[in-house]
Ligand binder design. Structure first.
Ligand code: FAD
Ligand code: DHB
Length: 394
């Protein structure tokens, strides 16, 4: 694969944000190169998010990568919250007129790779030592070393930093320019995939005295389950038997009785964090997705925020590069952050509502129970939950 010496946009990171940006640019006739640190097999096998907001579904369709999602994804009209041994169904379709799509991030990534390959977009994998240079000036460039050890330089007009929370892009923004906001939660989520029928038709977010649990799925014979666990737990402290008995103990009796167990085919631990870097722009460098902000997975917002960032950024880059105005680029950070902060708030709120905190006192537990009971009895509260979960407008 030959690497061009100059393109309008260099995209650092081949996760959903970077791949979707490359696709939207390609559809508008704007050339880009994606530089990804990992192998393609690694990127395509990472199990992550599973819920798409309707706005995300529409962006993927508009990028002509929605066909398999529409065939194989599952439209859900609501989710359930469980607490005090009861199941509260929140009817998204009835309350907001909108639904969500259950379709794994892994599949979204595969669809994007297939579309980019077909269109001949250069996606370099195993790119090492990727570094953006001179982004504060008019002539930025990006250097990297390819898998054969050859050094490259690509000159460009703009750099998109889509390299996730641990990427390099954010680190080149001077600390005098960037402001960061962070909340680290004192627990993690242990997640498993198992080839068993899901316990429920729709997702269950479970509050219990033993801690939070989530029942999700990928399809009729593939379940995705999570339990809240201590941050410093090792994976081998969680053999399958312990996982299943803990999950069962956190579900309402009626759901626990239906739970089908089996061997896990994947197991991982995710720490929970809220993080926002402001602004999302430094000169000709733009941050998008997890490179600029992270949310705890409780509200299923991480992937969806990556998509809404890219929706704004792609339109702004296309406008600027096709001889139009740079207003979209100038406004990108403020527009994206306005939406990001609302999702940060929602994810933080749902995390606080549903988890056991190590320093939690009996009073705090009573407040959680009161809030859940309020939600159960208040259509207004359910509407607020529903409109945030299905996703605020772009
Ligand atoms: P990423 O998907 O992180 O992609 C960034 C890419 O950049 C990666 O491919 C990485 O290899 C590459 N990269 C990093 N550094 C460099 C570098 N220096 N040079 C080149 N490339 C680089 N969200 C949910 O809604 N539900 C979940 O259950 C959920 N689970 C998660 C589990 C984990 C372990 C993680 C990390 C995230 C999870 N998320 C979840 C969040 C969601 O997956 C992310 O918000 C989403 O992946 C963001 O997409 P992105 O493209 O911005 O970043
Ligand atoms: C999934 C993950 C989430 O964090 C969430 O809130 C809902 C679903 C999932 O992996 O299916």
């Amino acid at each position: 694969m030959s690497v061009p010496a100059r393109v309008p946009v260099v995209i650092i990171g081949g996760g959903p944000a970077g791949l979707l940006l490359a696709r939207l640019l390609q559809l508008a006739g704007v050339e880009s190169v994606v530089l990804e640190r990992q192998t393609r097999a690694h990127v395509m096998s990472r199990v992550r998010a599973g819920v798409l907001e309707w706005g995300t579904v529409e962006v993927l369709r508009s990028a002509s990568v929605g066909d398999r999602m529409d065939r194989e994804g599952f439209v859900h009209d609501g989710v359930s919250l469980s607490f005090a041994d009861r199941l509260l169904h929140v009817d998204f379709a009835g309350l907001t007129g909108r639904s969500i799509m259950v379709y794994g991030q892994t599949e979204v990534t595969k669809d994007l790779y297939a579309a980019l390959d077909e269109a001949g977009v250069v996606v370099v994998d195993r790119a090492a030592d990727v570094l953006p240079h001179d982004v504060a000036g008019d002539a930025p460039f990006v250097t990297f070393v390819d898998a054969d050890g050859a050094a490259h330089r690509i000159d460009c007009a703009y750099v998109a930093g889509c390299d996730g929370f641990h990427g390099v892009s954010r680190t080149v923004i001077p600390s005098a320019v960037a402001r960061t906001y962070e909340r680290v939660y004192p627990f993690g989520w242990l997640g498993i995939l198992s080839e068993t029928p899901p316990v429920n038709d729709e997702l269950i977010y479970a509050h219990s005295a033993r801690g939070f649990a989530l029942c999700s799925m990928r399809h009729a014979l593939l379940s995705r389950y999570y339990v809240q666990c201590p941050l410093d737990d090792a994976l081998d402290a969680w053999p399958d038997d312990r996982f299943w008995s803990e999950l069962r103990a956190r579900l309402p009796t009626e759901a626990a009785a239906r739970l089908v167990t089996g061997p896990s085919i994947e197991k991982s631990l995710t720490p929970l964090r809220s993080f926002v870097a402001e602004p999302l722009r430094f000169g000709r460098l733009f941050l998008a997705g997890d490179a600029g902000h992270v949310v705890p997975p409780t509200g299923a917002k991480g992937l969806n925020l990556a998509v809404s960032d890219i929706h704004y950024l792609a339109a702004a880059l296309i406008d600027a590069l096709s001889g139009g105005s740079t207003t979209g680029l100038d406004e990108y950070s403020d527009r994206a952050l306005a939406r990001v902060w609302k999702a940060v708030r929602f994810s933080w709120w749902l995390t606080r509502l549903m988890h056991r905190f190590p320093d939690q006192e009996p009073f705090d537990l009573k407040i959680q129970e009161a809030e859940l009971s309020y939600l159960a009895g208040s259509p207004a509260a359910q509407q607020s939950f529903a409109e945030n979960y299905v996703g605020l407008g772009f």
